[in-house]
Design a protein around this ligand. Structure first.
Ligand SMILES: [Zn+2]
Length: 267
């Protein structure tokens, strides 16, 4: 790993001798008192509990139940609690404070009202984690903060087919992609994007020469992460199909995305 790649990926602060370039945080600070006592959100230990949110107000993926089952199994194997809901009324400051990470699993269109959006912004601003899977970018087009958080907007997709994914420089070191083959061939529905947030760190890039009707050219990111507004956000465009949620590599990809965004310590 070069010094340059560390810098580009925004992880220069990590000690070179450390076993992993993404250290988890050790400082103890209860959520409720974090603000009053002046604890920086980044120093908080987040609840080891994730909320899977899969409300749809547009297209509904039939892989959502498979995704929920898979994430529950991931939680069991990695010792974090998983609650799944389609009820946007759970998006209050008080309720969100119970979670370390909120996963938007193939949500679509307008799923939160203004008040719920404010509560979710507060959750991220207090250091919370966000994971977006697949249609999470086909969600909340008129909420600019969300577009920046998830990192872009869905534009279109060609027919489902096999394609090859290459690792970006940051993808070689991030735990959600470092274990993947340099060139990862798999079947999925491949999104084109608009309004990509240039501040995200790109993990995976789709090779448009490997499939038909890609629209973005050479730079076609399909997974990325960033520190955003006090919290951490991680997104993968993969995961349209039911089969995805039985693929070992895809499951490890999202497992490590959840662990990273929720700042979970590993045993
Ligand atoms: Zn899809």
């Amino acid at each position: 790993m070069s010094l340059l790649s560390l810098f580009v990926c925004g992880i220069l602060a990590a000690a070179p001798a450390a076993p992993a370039p993404f250290p988890t945080l050790a400082a103890e600070a209860p959520l409720s008192s974090a603000k009053e006592e002046g604890v920086k959100p980044v120093d908080r230990v987040l609840p080891r509990k994730v909320l899977v949110f899969s409300k749809t107000a547009g297209f509904r993926h039939d892989s959502i139940p498979n995704g929920i089952v898979a994430i529950k199994k991931i939680g069991e194997a990695n010792k974090f609690e998983v609650e799944a809901t389609e009820d946007s009324k759970l998006f209050t400051a008080e309720n969100l404070a119970k979670f370390g990470c909120v996963i938007f699993l193939s949500t679509t269109m307008d799923v939160l009202n203004d008040e719920q959006q404010k509560a979710f912004e507060g959750f991220i601003q207090s250091g919370g984690g966000y994971v977006g899977i697949h249609a999470a970018t086909d969600t909340e087009y008129t909420w600019p903060w969300y577009t920046r958080l998830v990192g872009g907007q869905f534009a279109s997709h060609p027919k489902q087919q096999k394609a090859a994914i290459d690792k970006c420089e940051c993808g070689k070191t991030h735990p959600s992609t470092s274990f993947l083959p340099d060139r990862w061939e798999r079947f999925d529905e491949w999104y084109n994007f608009k309004k990509l947030n240039p501040d995200t760190k790109k993990l995976l890039n789709l090779d448009e020469t490997s499939y038909k009707d890609g629209k973005m050219g050479k730079d076609h990111p399909v997974a990325w992460y960033h520190d955003f507004d006090g919290g951490r956000a991680w997104y993968t465009a993969l995961g349209h199909t039911k089969q995805s949620y039985e693929e070992e590599l895809f499951l490890k990809h999202i497992t490590e995305g959840i662990i990273w965004s929720g700042r979970m310590k590993k045993d």
